[in-house]
Design a protein around this ligand. Structure first.
Ligand SMILES: Cc1cc2nc3c(=O)[nH]c(=O)nc-3n(C[C@H](O)[C@H](O)[C@H](O)COP(=O)(O)O)c2cc1C
Length: 272
């Protein structure tokens, strides 16, 4: 399953979809992106099933092209309003890596990892990323609905104001109007903004770990670390929330400590 990436993942993914023949013509003026050809579900299943949290890695390095491909695949994760509220720090300087292992409480998953990636959710990039969505608009004139969304609605929805005052007002408004019609109930505070950014970033983190697995490498997500120390090490602002440190490398023969345990499906899956 290991392959040497040649083009960025997004470009390759798009190239695959354009190869398929559309089943029905799209309405004139509408963007058409036909369903891609079938993919190998067994390869996907193997990728998911064989991902384990690995606590001990070998000395083998991860080729830079593989590392970057995994990060490119992480960046393709679905995310709220395409505001891409994430950041990934490849910590490669030996001194910083030592400090990060220390901040990860000396865990062997960090100590033995060939690469350490700090996964961060940002609550302060939505305005610049809204503008980027407009300036990166992929084709033709930006539809008015899209322009209004990024130029007006996004700033209104996500700005909480000093001490969260604006969020408070929006929350009160929503609790009144929401009695009469369905509406979004947040984010109305800085704490809810953190949850907002973390949701999308966690999806990207999973993409990242599955991508490593598909390339024949393994990972361990770690939240056992000293957040204040890691934030200082990376010079992160208050609006950067560190989700996890992902250790990655080649699985050592004794890298997995216990067999995987999951509870019965009926505990979690409901049909209503
Ligand atoms: C958010 C998060 C934080 C985690 N933190 C740690 C950690 O600090 N150290 C560690 O060894 N494993 C950590 N893990 C790994 C979990 O212990 C592991 O995913 C779980 O036991 C299930 O095992 P599996 O990943 O092999 O299926 C973490 C996993 C997640 C998702």
């Amino acid at each position: 399953m290991t392959s040497t990436p040649k083009a960025p993942a997004a470009r390759r993914a798009r190239a695959n979809t354009t190869a398929a023949k559309p089943k029905a013509a799209a309405k004139p003026g509408r963007h058409a992106e036909p369903a891609p050809p079938p993919i190998d579900v067994e390869a996907f299943r193997q990728t998911v099933i064989t991902r384990r949290s690995v606590r001990r890695f070998t000395d083998k390095a991860i080729p830079p092209a593989v590392l970057d491909d995994c990060l490119d695949l992480a960046l393709l994760a679905p995310n709220s309003s395409n505001l891409q509220p994430w950041a990934f720090y490849k910590v490669q300087s030996p001194a910083k890596k030592r400090a990060l292992v220390d901040a990860c409480l000396g865990q062997s998953a960090a100590k033995t990892a060939a690469e350490l990636i700090v996964v961060v959710a940002r609550t302060d990039t939505y305005l610049s990323h809204a503008k980027l969505n407009l300036s990166s608009w992929p084709k033709g004139k930006i539809p008015k609905i899209v322009n209004d969304y990024y130029a007006k609605l996004v700033p209104l929805m996500y700005t909480q104001g000093p001490l969260g005052a604006l969020g408070l007002v929006k929350g009160l408004g929503a609790s009144v109007v929401g009695r009469f019609r369905p509406m979004m109930r947040g984010p109305f505070s800085h704490a809810e903004m953190k949850v907002w950014a973390v949701k999308s970033t966690a999806l990207a983190a999973e993409n990242l770990m599955l991508a490593f697995r598909a390339h024949g490498y393994d990972t361990c997500p770690m939240e056992g670390f000293d957040e204040a120390r890691v934030a200082r090490l990376l010079k992160l602002p208050d609006e950067a929330h560190i989700l996890m440190v992902v250790g990655a490398g080649e699985r050592a023969a004794d890298g997995i400590y216990y067999p995987q345990v999951r509870f019965d499906r009926q505990r979690f899956v409901f049909t209503v």
